[in-house]
Design a protein around this ligand. Structure first.
Ligand code: PEP
Ligand code: MG
Length: 582
């Protein structure tokens, strides 16, 4: 059994036989052309470009009709690559000077382009490598290459494992043949991820080594909600995931029914259950799943998915559409949180030895005030269209919070002077993600309107465990007593100051922890949209009294394993069939 962690790209659990798409894709002939064949070969190349363009345009139309213009636009990148004069010129030069066949020449040129894009800092450019490979594959097929193992060989509904799955392949993939997807590369905003979500196929992307580890025809599991791919599972894991899949499908069926029900314990404690949002494409699922708002809008993905700094207007339009669609429900817009594992080369962030301890989050915004101001202007403008709150990431204490607030105030006054419409009040909140902010919580709550605990970072910094390092993931323990005490400290301070305390890290979306977190006193949860029904179901079936009892009991324990045992025992008893994280 091999378990690989990737990025949760499209929710749901799929189990089935694995179909590995051969990363070699297409074989082409090398060898030299006779001098007399050169001009014919050049013409063949031009014809292949024309035919490929026709095909892609046709495909674009098909997608536009079936899935909508938004999805169809994804293919524009491929049209651009096919029309790229530089790649054509270089290919023609190789045919001419080296007397190489067109397929060989074009493959060499595009392979180099894709390899350069793979190395790019920005997710946007890495995503383009997939398009380049797709164009290469299409052109080589036109130029007489021989396809090796491809999607066309699919004989039965399968889990598709591929290095990447370009949009054109995704578009042609019959829905009933793809049970789930796992790809070596890609991010949450890669086109594969977006299209998988749009088509309701569970998917995990960025699973390093997936194609190497997967065996053709063996059984595999894709957990697109938690971002895990498992190949050749042992009987226990398989049974566990069959159960999880059943529960997911059951909840999916209940989604409509649950949508308008309040998220409250059976003895009346109301929990505001919001959703985390990374890309605007996720908005329909936030609404469908009945979230009470957007508890965390990670705006950096908007920056990372493009080639250059987004303008104020582009940001305003994006924020406005989200805020308007959610109105009157709140949208917590988090200001840019780049740095750490999120980079964009155009931002000119320095290469750092310890990026998670470097220029990230609010520090970055304070060091690049012009970028910060532009974002704040866009957020304030969007505030006229709904219920906006602003949240700062990676706050350490009062000094950085005050600096941020000062800039916010200046931006607000300037906009007022310009006569721009804005909400009369935009609450300002701090994310509690660092031990420093936990220790400074009584000061921070005096000068903020709300707080939200970002457990992904808080756990990382409290336990000194890199959140992305698989090798030490066992000691990344959300149930560590130090983490629970940090959460309790923040909740108590929030209550003393009379401001709400929320939680928006992945811990909030893990059903096993729900009752404990309610018992610790958290009143606002923000989770992946697809987890909203599940968390709501658990909250509605508990009482605040029993939740508090569980939390008090856990707070009296001394070691992570004691806490885990108590929580697991409690949850398995109260919620038979609960998903226990591996
Ligand atoms: C967190 O740290 O828990 C959080 C929600 O922020 P991010 O995961 O974007 O760092
Ligand atoms: Mg964080």
């Amino acid at each position: 059994m091999t378990t690989l962690q990737g990025i949760a790209a499209s929710p749901g659990i799929a189990i089935g036989p694995i179909h590995v798409v051969d990363p070699e894709e297409i074989e082409v002939q090398d060898g030299n052309l006779a001098k007399s064949a050169v001009s014919g070969e050049k013409e063949r190349f031009r014809t292949a470009i024309r035919e490929s363009l026709d095909e892609v345009r046709e495909l674009r139309e098909k997608i536009a009709l079936e899935t909508g213009e938004e999805q169809a636009r994804i293919l524009d990148a491929q049209i651009e690559i096919l029309q790229d004069p530089e790649a054509q010129k270089q290919t023609l030069a190789v045919i001419e000077r080296e007397r190489k066949p067109a397929a060989f020449a074009y493959r060499r040129i595009l392979t180099a382009v894709a390899a350069r894009l793979d190395e790019a800092d920005s997710e946007y450019y890495r995503g383009r490598a997939i398009d380049v490979r797709d164009v290469r594959r299409r052109m080589l097929a036109h130029l007489g290459g021989i396809r090796t193992h491809t999607l066309r060989d699919l004989k039965e509904p399968s889990l598709i494992v591929a290095s990447d799955l370009p949009p054109s392949e995704m578009a042609l993939l019959p829905r009933n043949m793809a049970l789930g997807l796992a790809t070596d590369v890609g991010g949450r905003t890669s086109h594969t991820a977006i299209m998988a979500r749009a088509r309701g196929i569970p998917a995990v992307v960025g699973v390093k080594g997936a194609t190497d580890a997967a065996k053709q025809g063996a059984i595999g599991i894709v957990d697109g909600t938690r971002g895990i791919a498992i190949f050749d599972p042992d009987p226990e894991t398989l049974a566990d995931h069959v159960r999880k899949r059943g529960r997911y499908l059951e909840l999916a069926a209940k989604r409509v029914e649950l949508k308008d029900q309040r998220c409250a314990t059976s003895d009346g404690r109301v929990i505001e259950l919001g959703a985390n949002l990374e890309v605007p494409e996720e908005l329909p699922s936030v609404i469908e799943n009945g979230a009470d708002g957007i508890g965390l809008y990670r705006t950096e993905f908007f920056y990372l998915s493009r080639k250059q700094l987004p303008t104020e207007d582009a940001q305003f339009n994006a924020y406005r559409s989200i805020v308007e669609a959610m109105n009157p429900k709140p949208v917590n817009i988090r200001t840019l949180d780049v740095g750490g594992d999120k980079f964009a080369s155009y931002l000119g962030t320095p290469i750092e030895k310890n990026p998670f301890l470097g220029l990230r989050g609010l520090r970055f915004s304070l060091s690049r005030e012009e970028i910060f101001r532009t974002q704040l202007r866009a957020i304030f403008r969007a505030s006229a269209y709904g219920n906006v709150r602003i949240m700062f990431p990676m706050v350490l204490g009062l000094e950085d919070l005050r600096r941020a607030r000062e800039i916010v105030e200046r931006v607000r006054l300037q906009l007022r002077k310009e006569g721009v419409a804005m909400a009369s009040k935009v609450p300002l909140g701090v994310m509690i993600e660092t031990p420093a902010s936990v220790f400074s919580i009584d000061q921070l709550t005096q000068e903020s309107d709300f707080t939200s605990i970002g457990t992904n970072d808080l756990i990382q910094y409290t336990l000194a465990v890199d959140r992305g390092n698989e090798a030490i993931s066992e000691i990344y323990e959300p149930l560590h007593p130090a983490v629970l005490r940090a959460i309790r400290t923040v909740v108590d301070a929030g209550h003393r100051a009379g401001i709400p305390v929320g939680i928006c890290g992945e811990m909030a979306g893990e059903p096993l922890y729900t009752v404990l977190l309610v018992g610790l006193g958290l009143e606002e949860f923000s989770v992946s949209p697809y987890l909203v029904p599940e968390i709501k179901t658990i909250v509605r079936a508990t009482t605040f009294a029993e939740a508090r009892e569980l939390a008090d009991r856990c707070m009296s324990l001394s070691t992570p394993s004691e806490v885990r045992t108590v929580v697991t025992e409690f949850m398995s008893r109260r919620y038979p069939g609960i998903i226990v994280p591996a």
